[in-house]
Design a protein around this ligand. Structure first.
Ligand SMILES: Nc1ncnc2c1ncn2[C@@H]1O[C@H](COP(=O)(O)OP(=O)(O)O)[C@@H](O)[C@H]1O
Ligand SMILES: Cc1ncc(COP(=O)(O)OP(=O)(O)O)c(N)n1
Length: 526
């Protein structure tokens, strides 16, 4: 057996780790899982394919093994050129393939070899001929570590699969003694809430031959265990190449795999036993960008729709009927009253005094704007609470906001209140710019010119900018689930903003602009 040599990668950024294994086109096991696992654990992955399987999460439907001469060619091509810090061996399929790999190992003598003696897939499909077991044992004697699962361990020592952890450890010791190689006994196939693995070094880690170093772990409640053996052995090979320490390599690889199993539900691949999430530790690319960039891009379609709405077109070219504009202002006043309450609740959840004060000031200015809308534009005083009922869109929008306050996440709430600032400001800027493009005279003569001029309020623009900064800050501090919830909350509010504009175009939409001349300069609406 090749003595365990320390990793040769020290001084290089990443160790070169070669996987010699079969292909699983569904990506969860085999060489595809190995490449992901090596990469996720800090190695540079190389891959030599022993066999092709037709496979998905439900099972294996076929195996095709290319001529072994070509396998040897692949192996030589890699080792002639590249210094290998570790080799992981997976599915071999036949005695001929196993002997070909053994011959190459004898010629190249890589520093570290981890052998996962793949025999049967979780689905039950055979991935190794019966008469190839002896060839695998010959290969095991050339490896640094062998990682059989419970049934494979039984086959390798010619016994029935162990029915208990103690029995598995006994079998592991027997295998280590027979092949003179370290053995990792894996508890995945045994029942129970724990999922231990144990490392048995044939020479004994601390001078105790056959001593088992147990790595306890919890059993993750998932069916997504396709490729756990492939992923674990590749991760151990990589971490050993980095650390030069088997105990550290197993501990780190096992911890990584447990987290990959825990995150597997987020992948949703196939209908059977799904893959683990090899890259669970990488930040979700969606979350590396500021929330405001993500949310703005996410709602591009909605914003485009808003600018095409008859209400916005009519407001811009002055053709909006007075009744529709008045209806819009009335609903706006009702909305602002409830929105002020939502902002006050946002303030209550704010993590800093500065943010708390900001939301409270916004709530106050909403109530002032509501009063101003009534006095200057609608010719009424704000009525007592509950006397004037909002329309269905306003009701639904406010209910969405209030429901978000009830869920209690500050980040989600900030995302849900933001479109009212930002979309209103953006639509306002658009309308003002469109009207200005027609020249100052057109602006002065515009039936809604006085209203449109209010869009230029610098205080509101400042508040919008501050609300965006707060949303980005909350997003950075949020959990992945909360970040998803933020995006969804923003999208819902943006949808209601669109519907709010869309609700204010009545049957009088064809009316001539001259009917609205009385709206200029804040003249009281009917
Ligand atoms: N449900 C689970 N929760 C946590 N770890 C698991 C689970 N299933 C398997 N493992 C771990 O995955 C690795 C591979 O285990 P095992 O299923 O025994 O091998 P194989 O995938 O080769 O059949 C081991 O480290 C084992 O402890
Ligand atoms: C091509 C290929 N190689 C190996 C396996 C078995 O992988 P393993 O990690 O033991 O996981 P399960 O398939 O047993 O879940 C495979 N299926 N395909």
């Amino acid at each position: 057996m090749e003595p365990h040599r320390a990793a040769t990668s020290r001084g290089r950024a990443l160790p070169n780790v070669l996987s010699i294994a079969g292909s699983d086109p569904s990506g969860g096991a085999g060489i595809q899982a190995d490449v992901k696992s090596i990469s996720a654990n800090g190695g540079y992955a190389l891959a030599v394919v022993t066999a092709l399987t037709a496979q998905n999460t439900m099972g294996v439907t076929g195996v095709h093994t290319p001529p072994v001469e070509f396998l040897r060619r692949q192996l030589d091509a890699v080792s002639d050129d590249i210094l290998l810090d570790a080799v992981k061996i997976g599915m071999l399929g036949s005695e001929e393939v196993a002997d070909c790999v053994a011959g190459w190992l004898d010629d190249v003598r890589p520093a570290v070899v981890v052998l996962d003696p793949v025999m049967v897939a979780t689905s039950g499909a055979r991935l190794l001929d019966d008469d190839a077991v002896r060839a695998v044992l010959r290969l095991a004697a050339r490896a640094s570590l062998v990682t059989p699962n419970i049934p494979e361990l039984g086959v390798l020592i010619g016994a029935a699969p162990a029915g208990s952890w103690q029995e598995a450890l006994r079998q592991g010791r027997e295998l280590a003694g027979r092949v003179g190689t370290a053995v990792l006994v894996k508890g995945g196939h045994l029942p129970g809430p724990r999922c231990p693995d144990a490392l048995i070094l044939p020479g004994g880690g601390a001078g105790h031959p056959g001593e088992a170093l147990v790595f306890d772990g919890r059993r993750v409640g998932t069916d997504n265990t396709h490729g756990t053996g492939c992923s674990l052995s590749s991760a151990i090979a990589t971490r050993y190449a980095v650390t030069g320490d088997w105990s550290a390599a197993v501990r780190e690889a096992k911890g990584w795999l447990e987290a990959a199993l825990g995150a597997s539900a987020s992948l949703r691949v196939g209908r059977g036993a799904g893959p683990v999430h090899h890259f669970h530790a990488l930040p979700d690319p969606r979350h590396r960008q500021p929330f405001t960039d993500l949310a703005w891009r996410d709602t591009a379609g909605l914003r485009h729709e808003i600018l095409q709405l008859p209400f916005v077109v009519g407001l811009t070219d002055g053709s909006l009927p007075a009744a529709d504009f008045a209806g819009y202002l009335r609903e706006d006043a009702l909305y602002l009253r409830e929105y002020a309450g939502v902002l006050a609740r946002t303030a209550a959840l704010a993590p800093t005094e500065t943010e708390q004060l900001f939301w409270l000031q916004c709530a106050t200015s909403c109530l002032e704007t509501e009063a101003e809308l009534h006095r200057s534009w609608l010719g009424t005083e704000p009525g007592p609470r509950g006397t004037d009922l909002p329309g269905p869109v306003t009701r639904a929008y406010c209910d969405h906001l209030v429901a978000t306050t009830a869920r209690g996440s500050y980040a989600e709430l900030v995302a849900s209140v933001l479109p009212c600032f930002w979309l209103y400001a953006a639509v306002g800027d658009y309308v003002r710019d469109q009207v200005r493009q027609d020249g100052g005279a057109a602006e002065a003569a515009h039936p809604y010119g006085a209203w449109i001029a209010t869009y230029a309020d610098p205080v509101f623009a400042e508040a919008t900018a501050e609300a965006k900064l707060i949303a980005d800050r909350a997003h950075r501090a949020a959990s992945p689930d909360e970040r998803d919830a933020m995006l969804l909350a923003f999208r819902w509010s943006a949808t209601y903003e669109r519907d709010f504009f869309d609700a204010h175009r009545g049957p009088s939409a064809d009316a001539a602009p001259s009917e609205h001349a009385d709206l200029r300069e804040g003249v009281v609406l009917p």
